[in-house]
Design a protein around this ligand. Structure first.
Ligand code: 5GP
Length: 210
């Protein structure tokens, strides 16, 4: 029985290269929940195989600036020379419709969402070790040396922000990490602060029927 009818805003965040994308894909393969991925906008150029509207909406820096001016982002941040942002419009309606909306964003963005929507669930995806993060960025082979060094330096600083989150999930193995996130989603729905109102409503309806 689902007492909390409203969907959760789930913020998956953590350093670049930690495997947020793969964990999110594994989470979405678990069909037991109605999850919706919020596709971000970026001024970064598409990598090979990336599709507009699937990984990102790839837009120009001018268009990005225009959207900032018109308040169209829930949050946005500059990351290693490019802009990334979460479109604000689809989020609230989907939460009202009971969908769990998943954001996959960097640490600066997560802190902005926390200030605006403290009710969201903040999950820090952490690497098993810093060496592991380094290996992943190198193996991914999508970035040049300079970019990798910048991402690593940034990642080191970002690890210090873990205490600002509600949960920390170590990405030791992708499916394990996804399972832990699903357990968090279930537990969050059962929290009294989210579900007691629904439960009392249920009791009142029962009283009325008697
Ligand atoms: P990448 O260039 O590797 O796709 O992404 C770089 C970083 O930007 C990653 O840490 C990714 O999670 C983050 N990111 C992706 N979309 C957004 C967004 O909408 N907002 C913020 N703040 N960060 C994002």
């Amino acid at each position: 029985m689902k007492l909390n009818q409203k969907g959760l805003l789930i913020v998956l965040s953590g350093p670049s290269g930690v495997g947020k994308g793969t964990v999110r894909e594994a989470l979405f393969r678990q069909k037991s929940h109605d999850l919706l991925y919020s596709v971000s906008m970026t001024t970064r150029l598409p990598r090979e195989g990336e599709v507009h509207g699937r990984e990102y909406f790839f837009i120009s820096p001018e268009e990005f600036k225009e959207r900032i001016k018109n308040n169209k982002f829930l949050e946005y941040a500059e990351f290693v020379g490019n802009m990334y942002g979460t479109p604000a419009d689809i989020i609230e309606q989907n939460l009202q419709d009971g969908k769990e909306v998943v954001l996959e964003i960097d640490v600066q963005g997560a802190l902005q969402v926390k200030a605006k929507m403290p009710d969201a669930v903040f999950i820090f995806i952490a690497p098993p070790s810093f060496q592991d993060l380094k290996n992943r960025l190198l193996l991914r082979g999508t970035e040049d040396d300079e970019n990798i060094q910048k991402r690593l330096a940034k990642a080191r600083r970002e690890l210090d922000f873990a205490p600002a989150y509600d949960y920390i999930v170590v990405n030791d193995e992708v499916n394990n990490a996804a399972d832990r996130i699903m357990a968090i989603i279930r537990a969050e729905h059962a929290k009294c602060s989210r579900s007691l109102e629904g439960y009392f409503r249920l009791l009142e309806e029962e009283d009325e029927q008697e």
